[in-house]
Design a protein around this ligand. Structure first.
Ligand SMILES: Cc1cc2nc3c(=O)[nH]c(=O)nc-3n(C[C@H](O)[C@H](O)[C@H](O)COP(=O)(O)OP(=O)(O)OC[C@H]3O[C@@H](n4cnc5c(N)ncnc54)[C@H](O)[C@@H]3O)c2cc1C
Ligand SMILES: NC(=O)c1ccc[n+]([C@@H]2O[C@H](COP(=O)([O-])OP(=O)(O)OC[C@H]3O[C@@H](n4cnc5c(N)ncnc54)[C@H](O)[C@@H]3O)[C@@H](O)[C@H]2O)c1
Length: 455
């Protein structure tokens, strides 16, 4: 594209606010299409996923899993009695790798001639952006890719609690931690802290964990997590958090006696970052949770302002933000037909211990949508767990359309379930049937072979 020749009246063809998964992809690809691009990032280039989300979280999950592997190793003949865990070593290695990734993302943008402003940006006019330093610039298009921020409930003393942002930087591990929430972050960090030997308590406002996942895998996670020592309380809210003179906090939950904990963490959802962004100055419409409202091409009600990623509160996942950023760049600067992201059948995973992975409809959703469904189950103890004496069963569940056998959902809880699900999701997205799976020869001995052997 040759937008630079078409728009000499603006400083840039595109100004992206937010250097996370969506903003970086959109900026890099727009620049590759020939646009003159600038990007503002108020914290660190790479955004939530790279700096304080998926990537460092997954490294902690790996680190935590050694606790079980080292224990299980004894049944395989290894002596591991003298093994010790040092939190600071893991924390610092993870933070060093985050630094490395941040440099990589910055370099990629610079190699594509994207100008980076390492400061907060706000919209101050239809095409005008003002940087924290006071500098004002103009752009033909503005992309809002500001992500989301942890929601902090408003009980007395809520400011004593940490969010996932701080969890990566702790000076020491808490002996006892109370985690509010029952979603992705609560379950992932409960698994991490529990494996490191902390006494973990999950407190959920509602009556179920991970409500968007299939009931069978959710129940299995609750059962295994309880067996591993994580404590759960449902239908409970926080009344207060008060600091204790000798360190830690007094915590009062509804219907419970006051108790002591070393740390309280809130993981109760994330709210779109639109506060004070100046979207009102440009007439951009927001939804009731502050999310930027967009059409299927990620365009707001204002023709030259687009939004991608968590700030639109469609699906808060990195690969979705990246796809939306790519589609935006191709639509606006690619010179071809507009590209919309298909938000159906998105696979996802919870990196709990063990992890959950899922694609498509749950059994309940399928029954509501289709009426007649056929469900196949495989409930098994992985070979490695049998030898290790680990009493943890895995569960695979396949939901098919009762009329034509088309697979409409697969749900798993098993070691490496997310790795297996990525491949299975291709088949579900492509509309394959149970017969197609049955026609595929198993790879033996694997856990994944259960996918083609289900009855
Ligand atoms: C603990 C945790 C674990 C997660 N794990 C996973 C996972 O395993 N898999 C997965 O798919 N997803 C995961 N996610 C979700 C994933 O991180 C997000 O969906 C993804 O990062 C969204 O990308 P984004 O570009 O929309 O926003 P972000 O990556 O949040 O980027 C937005 C950027 O905008 C910047 N910004 C905001 N306002 C301004 C402003 N006014 N001026 C300048 N800069 C601004 C912010 O500093 C931020 O860097 C996790 C999230 C968390 C919190
Ligand atoms: N593996 C992954 O892909 C991954 C990992 C982490 C985060 N994420 C993304 O980040 C988003 C945010 O994660 P999250 O775990 O914060 O939110 P979530 O929406 O997954 O879960 C929020 C949970 O908090 C509970 N809750 C709400 N208010 C509460 C209160 N006052 N007290 C106690 N419980 C309360 C809800 O019932 C719900 O169970 C996710 O929706 C997901 O899109 C993805």
């Amino acid at each position: 594209m040759t937008a630079s020749n078409d728009t000499p009246e603006y400083d840039y063809d595109l100004f992206t606010i937010g250097g996370g998964s969506g903003g970086v992809r959109a900026s890099r690809v727009s620049a590759a299409h020939g646009a003159r691009v600038a990007l503002a990032e108020e914290y660190r280039v790479g955004g939530t996923c790279v700096i304080r989300g998926c990537v460092p979280k997954k490294m902690l999950v790996y680190g935590a899993h050694f606790a079980e592997d080292l224990k299980d190793a004894r049944a395989f003949g290894w002596s591991t009695e003298k093994c010790e865990f040092d939190w600071k070593t893991l924390r610092d290695n993870v933070l060093d790798d985050v630094d490395r990734l941040e440099s990589g993302y910055t370099e990629t943008l610079e190699n594509h001639d994207v100008e980076i402003f390492k400061e907060r940006a706000t919209i101050t006019g239809a095409h005008e952006i003002t940087l924290e330093s006071g500098r004002t610039v103009t752009a033909k298009y503005i992309l809002v890719a500001t992500g989301a921020t942890p929601r902090m409930p408003s009980c007395q003393g809520a400011d004593h609690a940490i969010s996932s942002n701080e969890a990566f930087h702790l000076d020491e591990l808490p002996k006892k931690i109370i985690i509010a929430g029952g979603g992705y972050i609560a379950n992932e960090f409960a698994g991490i802290f529990n494996e490191f030997g902390c006494d973990v308590h999950i407190v959920n406002r509602g009556d179920r964990l991970l409500r968007q996942y299939d009931e069978a895998v959710r129940d299995r996670l609750l059962q295994i997590s309880t067996m591993k020592g994580i404590k759960f309380r449902f239908n409970t809210t926080f009344e207060y958090i008060k600091p204790c003179d000798e360190g830690g906090y007094f915590v009062k939950l509804s219907d419970c006696d006051e108790e002591k904990a070393d740390l309280v963490m809130f993981a109760v959802g994330r709210i779109p970052n639109t506060d004070g962004l100046g979207l009102d100055k440009a007439g951009v419409e927001l939804g009731e949770n502050g999310e930027v409202k967009v059409d299927r091409f990620s365009k707001t009600n204002v023709d030259h302002i687009y939004a991608v990623g968590d700030v639109t509160d469609r699906v808060q996942l990195t690969p979705v933000a990246i796809r939306e950023g790519q589609a935006f760049a191709d639509t606006v600067f690619g010179g071809g037909d507009p590209v919309a992201v298909d938000h159906s059948c998105i696979p996802s995973a919870v990196f709990s211990h063990p992890p959950i992975a899922s694609v498509g409809m749950t059994e309940g959703e399928a029954k509501n949508a289709l009426g007649s469904v056929k469900v196949y189950l495989s409930d098994f103890r992985p070979m490695k767990n049998v030898l290790a004496g680990r009493n943890e069963r895995s569960l695979f569940k396949m939901i098919c359309d009762g009329e034509n056998g088309k697979i409409v959902g697969i749900h798993m809880i098993a070691p490496e379930a997310p790795e297996m699900m990525q491949a299975a999701a291709i088949a579900v997205k492509a509309g394959l049937t149970k017969e197609d799976f049955d026609a595929t020869t198993a790879i033996h001995p694997t856990m994944a072979e259960e996918l083609v052997l289900m009855r």
